[in-house]
Design a binder for this molecule. Structure first.
Ligand code: ZN
Ligand code: ZN
Length: 204
């Protein structure tokens, strides 16, 4: 048992060394004690893999300001992360930087008025030097990914007839598709069904 665990640990270490990254204790901490009263600029970059969202593979950034009033902090920032996405129309992979606004308040527990406000993070000013905002950054960025996510606004998609990516290669499948042919196929089906009905009627 012990040997297995040791082996598991060894494999994990090796795995982390290979990928150069571990999400085990990932955090994006804000050191609140570093900010003076009033408005403070804030800007930093982070490894977007910390977000533990497979599409975000590169660098993320935050820039904005923190307003301090006593032990209350008001963070107003723009966040972004570069990711690798699959086009919902042509299924090709493409890179895109997702951006989102982030508005958070760090408030001592005794001063929190609305505990259900998702923008308010409770902290203990006596014991906490840092407030972790990784989860908030992840949520804001994931929500900002469009449902219909195209590699480019005019993506032509994949031809349903020949399967070619029409962004890369044009095909003349649409021209070939004859409307009258489609209708005659439908009429044929209708006739077959009618004949079937007649047969059934004969049997009864
Ligand atoms: Zn596309
Ligand atoms: Zn085609």
């Amino acid at each position: 048992m012990e040997a297995n665990m040791a082996h598991g640990q060894h494999w994990k270490d090796e795995h982390d060394i290979k990928s150069g990254f571990s999400n085990d204790h990932a955090s994006i901490p804000i050191n609140v004690r570093a900010f003076g009263q009033g408005s403070n600029p804030i800007a930093f970059e982070f490894d977007a893999r910390k977000l533990d969202y497979p599409e975000f593979t590169k660098t993320g950034s935050l820039s904005g300001s923190i307003y301090r009033e006593g032990d209350r902090f008001d963070l107003e920032a723009q966040i972004s992360a570069e990711g690798e996405f699959e086009c919902t129309r042509c299924a090709e992979t493409f890179q895109e930087r997702i951006t989102a606004p982030l508005h958070l308040q760090f408030v001592p527990a005794s001063l929190v008025r609305d505990i259900d406000d998702p923008n308010v993070i409770e902290y203990d000013p006596l014991s906490s030097q840092e407030v972790d905002i990784l989860g908030d950054i992840r949520d804001a960025l994931v929500l900002a990914i469009p449902m219909k996510h195209l590699c480019r606004p005019d993506c032509k998609g994949v031809c349903p007839v020949c399967g070619k990516n029409k962004n890369v290669e044009a095909c003349d499948c649409i021209e070939k598709e004859d409307q009258s042919e489609a209708w005659s196929a439908l009429n044929g089906l209708r006739e077959r069904l009618r004949a079937e009905e007649v047969k059934q009627g004969d049997r009864n």
